[in-house]
Design a protein around this ligand. Structure first.
Ligand SMILES: [Zn+2]
Length: 244
């Protein structure tokens, strides 16, 4: 293949743009900022589960407290009724004796219920403390996530800008190159990642390998418009002032 030496040299600019675009793409796929977002998302999800568990404990214990309140109130009402009957003087001494027994039983029952009530209320207080703590921690985790998202989106935005700029430059440059030369470059690039390299100190700029002595002599001696390929990687070897 033949191509204007100036067009061949422009391939190096194209390769530079393609390398930059490839680095941007690689960076997009391996962002530490993305890893930070994923970690923060896991932390928020885990914390939300903890909040739900703490909320369930508070609700359950609150229900237990209400049930005990009701039971204590029922016992109190019964005690009051019995005491009124005893105080009324309208019941027989046998009934007074029975009522006194029942009042003793009710008093013991109320004691047990009130102890239980105290214990459940203490547990409720502790559960409410846990819930408040988890809520606060969730707010912190959500802030961390929001910050991580902002940082990641900022970096992605920078990469977008760079890709758009370099992509535009590439399109403009490619439009100026002979179609057959560009097609060869793109074909090699698709296979090996680099379509062209500068010949420097007997080395191919694409694969960095030293060229075979006779191959090198042939490339150097070839007419300026001859398109040469690296015998190692297949890239278009571009001769510049550094070739000698
Ligand atoms: Zn090479």
């Amino acid at each position: 293949m033949k191509a204007d030496p100036a067009a061949q040299r422009r391939l190096l600019d194209l390769a530079g743009l393609d390398a930059e675009l490839a680095r941007a793409e690689h960076r997009r796929r391996t962002l530490p900022e993305q890893t930070a977002v994923e970690e923060a998302e896991v932390a928020v999800r885990t914390r939300r589960d903890a909040v739900v568990r703490a909320q369930t404990s508070v609700t359950d214990l609150g229900r237990d407290v209400a049930k005990l309140d009701q039971e204590v109130a029922q016992v109190r009402a019964r005690e009051e009724r019995d005491r009124k009957l005893v105080d009324s003087g309208s019941v027989s001494s046998k009934q007074v004796s029975d009522l006194s027994h029942e009042l003793d039983t009710l008093s013991r029952r109320r004691g047990v219920l009130e102890d239980e009530q105290l214990e459940v209320m203490e547990r409720l207080e502790a559960a409410e403390g846990d819930l408040a703590h988890e809520h606060e921690a969730l707010t912190g985790d959500e802030t961390t996530l929001a910050d991580a998202l902002e940082r990641r989106d900022g970096v992605l935005g920078d990469i977008d800008v760079l890709e758009q700029r370099r992509g535009g430059e590439r399109t403009a440059l490619a439009a100026e190159l002979p179609a057959d030369l560009l097609a060869l470059y793109d074909q090699v690039r698709a296979r090996t990642g680099t379509g062209a390299g500068e010949l420097v100190g007997g080395r191919c700029g694409a694969c960095r390998m030293e060229m075979d002595r006779s191959e090198l002599a042939r490339v150097v001696a070839a007419p300026a418009d001859e398109v040469s390929r690296c015998d190692n990687c297949g890239a278009i070897v571009v001769r510049t002032a550094k070739a000698g």
